[in-house]
Write a protein that binds this ligand. Structure first.
Ligand code: SAM
Length: 248
């Protein structure tokens, strides 16, 4: 039936794609993709030849209209990004929003996402996690955001570009302090995959120890704030306890 399928693709290792995704990519009437060159490579790798439709950050609104009319004509459209899950720090969310507002069907084909892959191998205890994604590029905005997260009782997940990893790590150290655990999940599923956990106080030394460590793709995770620090009412509770003692 006419549906927009949101299809996850590999984040490095080309084999990380589901059988269902491959099947869908072989029968879709069109594949809307972030970069037609990248998706063409993936399709060729699997012997798939379906029409591609450019759907990047700058044309999401217009392409959504095209997709909507094609769905209304009964077509099946696949939506992919360059890597991982569309809409997760990638184009796609606006298209999905528009398609749903038009009352049409959207269905996910789950698969790789760098955030969840990194979390699963981080060793951080993660009953709760908070996906932050990319930090703002302006230092002031970045620091304000980091400050607002210092007492969040959830593992924090960041995406970061290699040329900013050293600077962002220094900003995290300033915000969260040297004791907090950090995990660098680098080049996941690729040849030089590396997952390193240390305290924020030790992080700069680890990054500096090997020049390769400032290259490639990174997910950075920060351990959750201790529950006590996350309790906004802590001071109020302390005062209340004293008052109750005084009154008894
Ligand atoms: N949609 C993708 C997903 O589901 O994970 C994320 C796309 S976002 C534009 C790209 C960022 O994801 C990179 O800068 C990096 O932070 C992270 N990333 C993607 N692939 C990765 C990999 N193989 N290893 C580590 N991080 C990765």
């Amino acid at each position: 039936a006419a549906t927009l399928y949101v299809v996850a693709t590999p984040i490095g290792n080309v084999c990380d794609i589901s059988l269902r995704a491959l099947h869908l990519l072989s029968i879709a009437d069109a594949v809307a993709c972030e970069d037609t060159r990248n998706t063409a490579q993936l399709m060729t790798r699997y012997g798939l030849h379906r029409p591609l439709l450019a759907a990047h950050m700058h044309n999401e609104r217009e392409v959504a209209e095209k997709i909507i009319s094609r769905l209304q004509a009964g077509e099946r459209i696949a939506l992919v990004s360059d890597a991982g899950t569309p809409g997760v720090s990638d184009p796609g969310a606006k298209i999905v929003d528009a398609v749903k507002r038009a009352g049409l069907q959207v269905s996910p084909l789950p698969g790789a996402s760098a955030a969840i892959s990194a979390l699963s191998a981080s060793g951080l205890i993660h009953d709760r996690f908070f996906f932050v994604g990319f930090l703002p590029s302006k230092a002031g905005q970045r620091d304000t955001l980091l400050q607002s997260l210092t007492s969040t009782a959830a593992s924090l997940i960041f995406y970061e570009a290699p040329h900013r990893i050293v600077e962002s790590t220094a900003a995290m150290l300033a915000a969260f302090g040297p004791e907090r655990q950090v995990v660098f999940a680098r080049e996941l599923t690729k040849l030089f995959e590396e997952i390193h956990r240390c305290s924020l106080g030790e992080a700069a030394a680890w990054l500096n120890a090997d020049s390769h460590r400032e290259k490639g793709e990174f997910v950075v995770l920060i351990e959750a704030a201790p529950e006590a620090a996350a309790d906004d009412n802590l001071e109020a509770k302390r005062v209340l306890t004293i008052l109750l003692k005084e009154c008894s």
